[in-house]
Ligand binder design. Structure first.
Ligand code: GNR
Ligand code: NI
Length: 167
């Protein structure tokens, strides 16, 4: 078990696309378990492998209130998107920034679990938002990139200032 380091925006490694996982073995399960531990430790509701600098298609999510709803998604694909909803999002790679993003209101996702079993899930609300947010990470996209250039520049300046102070 290990807490992994989470890349911070604008780290260019957040923009690397994740490759499909072709074999779910002991090292994959070790990574999944470390990602789960890292997500709970940082009080996030989801974490994509991209954020811990592993560029493979692996996501963990627990969008439940009592942290009892853990789900593992390997090679996830969205097969249905319905409706649109504007929701406030945050990201462990962009701490302290919360902005509204428009996404599908409900989705159907199919993926493999940590044992390689395929499952299909219909999701709406926060879970649907989180699935789309995490799948964006796997493609190298961070939620702030949906915002206007003006907002994005302000966020970049704020993060730079904060990183200077931390150094
Ligand atoms: O912890 C998180 N909360 C959150 C809230 C609204 C929409 C998406 C998220 S995901 C985020 C964790 C994270 O950065 N995952 O990539
Ligand atoms: Ni995120």
């Amino acid at each position: 078990m290990a807490i992994l380091e989470i890349l911070q925006y604008p780290d260019p490694r957040l923009h690397l696309p994740a490759a499909k996982v072709d074999k779910i073995d002991a090292s994959t399960r070790q990574l999944v378990s470390d990602m789960v531990e890292t997500m709970y430790d940082s009080e996030g509701i989801g974490l994509a492998a991209t954020q811990v600098n592993v560029h493979r298609q692996i996501v963990v999510i627990d969008a439940s209130e009592d942290r009892s709803g853990l789900r593992v998604f390997i090679n996830p694909e969205i097969t249905r998107r319905e409706g649109m909803a504007l929701n406030q999002e945050g990201c462990l790679s962009v701490p302290g920034v919360y902005e509204n993003v428009e996404r599908a209101d409900s989705v159907t996702v199919t993926a493999l679990d940590e044992n390689g079993a395929r499952f299909t899930l219909n999701a709406s609300g926060l879970l649907a938002t989180c699935i789309q947010h995490e799948m964006d990470h796997l493609q190298g996209k961070v939620f702030v990139e949906y915002l206007s250039e003006l907002k994005l520049n302000r966020i970049r300046a704020k993060l730079k200032k904060r990183q200077r102070k931390a150094a």
